[in-house]
Design a protein around this ligand. Structure first.
Ligand code: V0D
Length: 259
């Protein structure tokens, strides 16, 4: 579409009209671990005069499509920020609706995910999740634990600072009980105490909806990650947009602080 028309339609996103071909992306290095902050669901609904939950529901369908595309590209892990520890501050009705989405998602898509060899995992504090949510998620994890394809890792009631504090507490406890020696503390050991263990750190972080911040997401793990921000709202995010993000990643040289 012409950029001038996009502006007229209210999009802040303008692009070079370039189609990224999947076969071309497959010739390059595929990021092994992609993390996504799926933002803009409420705004997508508002633009259409729909309730916020309609945006969340549409966003859930996008999760399914992006998971399939990532798996087909040979991505090894996809971590999706579905619910932050801050999200409890939202209206009770919205939180209750959100907590039903894992069940709806899994009722609809778990058979396909199993078919596609996807392994479902979660990171975050399980304790505050409603039992119905936790039950659905634990069944999915158990039903897929032997799958060897894409790891689909949902961050549910996740906050990175709290994850780091909890790692420190567990390390202190293991020292006290003589399980490890304090001289053993290094970056590699510390990583083992984080909820993402044994996943490698993300190679690529995508955040949708035009916000340029981390919002307490994987602060330790994102130290060397390439960031790709877009104005596209999560319910509008497509397989093509994922290719675009990976294509941009492939054109950047990662040096991990070297030259
Ligand atoms: C709403 C956009 C899938 C972000 C995506 C509880 C906001 C749709 C799940 C899901 C949410 C979680 C765990 C699981 C299977 C599916 C999900 C929440 C929100 C928060 F095992 N979409 N989704 N969970 N949204």
């Amino acid at each position: 579409m012409l950029n001038i028309l996009k502006k007229w339609k209210g999009s802040s996103q303008t692009t070079k009209e370039e189609t990224i071909v999947k076969a071309d992306v497959l010739k390059g290095e595929i990021p092994e671990h992609i993390a996504i902050i799926m933002d803009g669901n409420g705004r997508w609904a508002k633009k259409r005069a729909l309730p916020r939950i309609a945006g969340h529901h549409e966003g859930m369908k996008v999760v399914r499509r992006i998971t399939r595309q990532a798996n087909e590209l040979g991505v090894k892990a996809l971590t999706l920020y579905a619910f932050s520890t801050e999200n409890w501050k939202r209206p009770k009705t919205e939180v209750e609706y959100l907590m039903k989405l894992p069940e709806e998602f899994l009722n609809t898509f778990l058979p396909e995910l199993i078919e596609e060899n996807v392994q479902v995992r979660i990171i975050g504090e399980k304790n505050r999740l409603p039992v119905h949510t936790l039950r659905a998620v634990e069944k999915a994890m158990s039903d897929t634990k032997r799958n060897t394809g894409l790891i689909l890792n949902f961050a549910l009631n996740y906050g990175s600072r709290s994850e780091i504090i909890s790692a420190v507490q567990k390390i202190a406890n293991d020292i006290k009980n003589g399980r490890i020696d304090e001289t053993a503390i290094n970056e590699s050991l510390f990583s083992e105490y984080l909820m993402t263990n044994p996943l490698k750190d993300p190679d690529l972080l995508i955040r949708t909806s035009g916000e340029i911040r981390l919002s307490n997401f994987m602060l330790w793990q994102l130290a060397y990650t390439e960031f790709w921000f877009t104005d596209i709202l999560w319910p509008d995010f497509t397989e093509q947009n994922l290719l675009e993000a990976i294509h941009t990643y492939q054109q950047r040289g990662r040096r991990f602080g070297g030259v």
